[in-house]
Design a protein around this ligand. Structure first.
Ligand code: SF4
Ligand code: ZN
Length: 407
């Protein structure tokens, strides 16, 4: 006899939830999956009404489900968010070019604006050319550092308040294990946080922090979402691969292992006498950094100088060395200078002010022009300046009087 759904007791159970082992129906699965994400958002106060939120979109399953769920929850619970898709084109032929086609379709399917920023455009180097220069051993170090900064650059171009990424519970648990195995205490302390600072100005969060990868795949499949599932061509990342295998084995014998690791990580505290890096700004590009030069600038310099290993080891020592040679490198015309973050922040601020000004303006009652936002406090007439002249509204009269008095 077919089993009934353990939640609604009404429909036939068609799946077993990987996270809890419950046998449930499609509709109940959608409901519990979405509600858990909503609870994560609300419990952690990830957003406030009016926030402009960018969804880091790669075209893969995690970010596609994230875009779909964010849009669904924003409508269902009236979050009042302005949602955007923000993609990074690393320049990996046969992989990212194809997955970005998926993001472009998602843009139409979900009706969300899309911005794509590329490594080539931001740094002058695509991942294809980086791999040509560095080989396939440390390529993910370059890619990870550049992507983090590229997302912040894109966020400033869109003047976002916040970025959400599709990192799921499996990713978080893997990162905890990796940091634990490496004894990287500062990272271990940070990697369980649901909101991280990003550029220091733009918040970054993981609404899927407690969502199992298997459930995300299941959700995408059952909802027939359009996503791209090929692995990156340059995907060795051996260390994470080992942590992933280990986690999958643990999950097999004990499905709650993923959440247990996350909760253990959250409960761990970095001892007060552990020295954590002090954050300042990169002297070259203005990005948040604990050294004189940020990691991206050091890696770029290494690429430009033809010594790509320069930034792979200890950053502080290399930063000092690079700074000492700064003027010589510039005169040799070798230094790569991506747009300075101060400039991007200034532009974002100007866009914000313009938007706020527009919000204060209204449409003229007579025509479709914008009515004066400054004329007077009681611009109840709601008329644009030309209509005011013909209708002689109180606002225009008072302006005329003011002008006459002034002259
Ligand atoms: Fe970049 Fe490495 Fe991920 Fe490929 S696998 S997208 S090279 S970080
Ligand atoms: Zn920098």
């Amino acid at each position: 006899m077919p089993r009934q759904c353990e939640i609604c007791n009404n429909a036939r159970a068609i799946l077993r939830r990987p996270k809890t082992g419950q046998r449930i129906c499609n509709e109940c699965f959608f409901y519990v999956f979405e509600t858990e994400i909503h609870n994560t958002i609300v419990d952690n106060k990830l957003f406030k009404p009016g926030d402009r939120v960018g969804i880091g979109a790669s075209g893969g399953k995690d970010s596609t489900v994230l875009a779909y769920v964010m849009k669904t929850l924003n409508n269902r619970y009236n979050y009042g968010l302005d949602l955007y898709l923000l993609s990074v084109d690393e320049g990996i032929s046969g992989y990212r070019d194809d997955s970005l086609e998926t993001v472009k379709r998602n843009k139409e399917q979900y009706g969300l604006p899309l911005l794509i920023v590329s490594y080539e455009q931001l740094y002058g180097w695509s991942m294809d050319s980086i791999v040509e220069a560095v080989g396939r051993k440390n390529n993910c170090t370059f890619c990870g550092v550049f992507r983090r900064q590229a997302l912040d650059r894109g966020a400033l171009m869109l003047d976002l308040d916040h970025i959400v990424t599709g990192h799921n519970a499996d990713d978080v648990a893997e990162t905890i294990l990796m940091n634990l195995f490496r004894g990287d205490l500062p990272r271990l302390g940070r990697c369980t946080e649901i909101v991280t600072a990003g550029d220091g100005y733009i918040g970054r969060s993981k609404p899927f922090k407690y969502a199992y990868e298997k459930e995300i795949v299941m959700y995408a499949y059952l909802k027939h979402l359009d996503y791209f599932s090929t692995e990156c061509t340059y995907s060795p990342n051996a260390y994470r691969g080992y942590a992933r295998e280990f986690l999958k084995d643990l999950e097999f014998v004990r499905p709650s292992a993923i959440l247990d690791i996350i909760h253990s990580g959250e409960a761990m505290q970095v001892a007060s006498d552990v020295q954590l890096p002090t954050l300042a700004h990169c002297e070259r590009c203005g990005y948040i950094s604990s050294n004189a030069l940020c990691k991206a600038c050091i890696l770029l310099e290494g690429l430009e100088r033809g010594v790509p290993k320069l930034g792979i080891a200890k950053s502080a020592r290399h930063a000092q060395e690079l700074l000492a040679n700064e003027s010589a490198m510039k005169s040799a015309g070798k230094a790569v200078e991506p747009v300075h973050f101060e400039l991007l922040r200034g532009k974002a601020q100007a866009m914000r002010e313009q938007r706020q000004m527009k919000e204060q303006q209204q449409e003229c009652h007579d025509c479709t022009a914008t009515s004066c936002a400054f004329a007077c406090d009681d611009d109840a007439t709601g008329l644009c300046s030309s209509s005011k002249e013909t209708r002689r509204c109180a606002c225009a009269d008072s302006n005329a009087e003011t002008n006459a008095a002034a002259s």
